[in-house]
Design a protein around this ligand. Structure first.
Ligand code: AMP
Length: 308
């Protein structure tokens, strides 16, 4: 069975949306990626760090979802990474209110032995120096390395981030971040510029407006499923990335056609994530719900047009 190694934050989040507000709840890029990838029945493990304030029950929940947590270091004296954000009425817009790196500030990742030969590597959103340190520990180059990042790291650690971007096959990034990274407004031009930085595949996430994947000659677009209820978009991008990589780890087919399916699987899983606050929905999501919604996705995007 192929293995997926996931690096990213395991965090506390405090979130405010037009529909409600939460105190510190479980969040973090690696948490969402792991829960999403776990739906594919693959072997996955997380490398991250938390503080002594992190409840054991959260780690147990990840383990119950078949995620190996032996790479999550617990720094008893430290505090867990904390992020707080507030969404506008347009849920595609959010302001970061607080980012406290805490134990992440001087984190030295150690990849567990069982994962140093993982065939698939997902470098979730966190300090690019940590992403690079993980790449360097892999005994052989994974078949596919994907990276996700955000404006915080572009603003604060751009040079280190560009060094990691050089080394990856896929980058997943949202539209505004693609514009910031490339300096181009057009997403087509942005994708071309980002290709030149290293990644063969550029995935641009557009929230409720779907996602695009580009390679050097092809482009594919998947809409987001129109939903009746959207409570909290937090983690949707990471859930997308977890679904994308989980599907590729399971199928091991890296053709552009299969990447299109991976984008659909990622979009499908992200549509569940936003229906409840935090990780609530992803923790209990069943295979039959996933399959049912895939059919809806197919119906939404299929048409039979007569071409002359
Ligand atoms: P998303 O909504 O997919 O962009 O991801 C939201 C998650 O990213 C939250 O659970 C946060 O804990 C985490 N997060 C927020 N800011 C950062 C950051 N600068 N580095 C790493 N993870 C972050």
């Amino acid at each position: 069975m192929s293995k997926l190694l996931i690096v990213g934050t395991v965090a506390f989040d405090a979130i405010e949306t037009p529909f409600g507000k939460t105190d510190k709840i479980l969040g973090g890029a690696a948490t969402y990626i792991g829960l999403s990838a776990s739906k594919f029945g693959i072997k996955s493990g997380v490398v991250s760090v938390v503080g002594g304030d992190f409840p054991k029950s959260n780690l147990e929940m990840l383990q119950k979802n078949n995620i190996d947590t032996s790479g999550i270091e617990i720094k008893k004296e430290g505090k867990t990474f904390f992020w707080s954000g507030k969404y506008h009425n347009d849920l595609n817009l959010r302001d970061t209110l607080i980012t406290e790196l805490n134990v992440l500030a001087d984190f030295n990742p150690i990849v567990p032995k069982a994962f140093i030969d993982a065939e698939f590597l997902m470098l979730g959103n966190l300090h690019p120096a940590v992403q690079m340190a993980v790449i360097k520990q892999m005994t052989k180059r994974p078949k596919l390395v994907a990276l996700d990042t955000m404006n915080f790291w572009m603003d604060n650690t751009l040079d280190e981030l560009l060094e990691v971007i050089k080394k990856v096959d896929v980058i997943t990034i949202n539209d505004e971040e693609a514009r910031q990274l490339s300096g181009e407004y057009s997403l087509v031009k942005a994708a071309q510029k980002i290709h030149q930085m290293g990644p063969k595949y550029v995935v641009i996430k557009k929230g409720e407006h779907g996602a695009l994947i580009f390679d050097s000659g092809n482009v594919f677009f998947a809409p987001a499923l129109p939903l009746e209820e959207v409570f909290d978009p937090t983690g949707a991008g990471d859930t997308f990335a977890g679904g994308f990589m989980g599907y590729l780890t399971k199928t091991q087919n890296l053709s552009f056609n299969n990447m299109k399916n991976a984008v659909i699987y990622g979009s499908n899983l992200a549509s569940f994530c936003v229906e409840k606050f935090g990780t609530q929905k992803m923790e209990v999501l069943t295979q039959s719900e996933i399959q049912k919604r895939l059919v809806q996705f197919k119906d939404l995007t299929q048409f039979d047009i007569q071409l002359d």
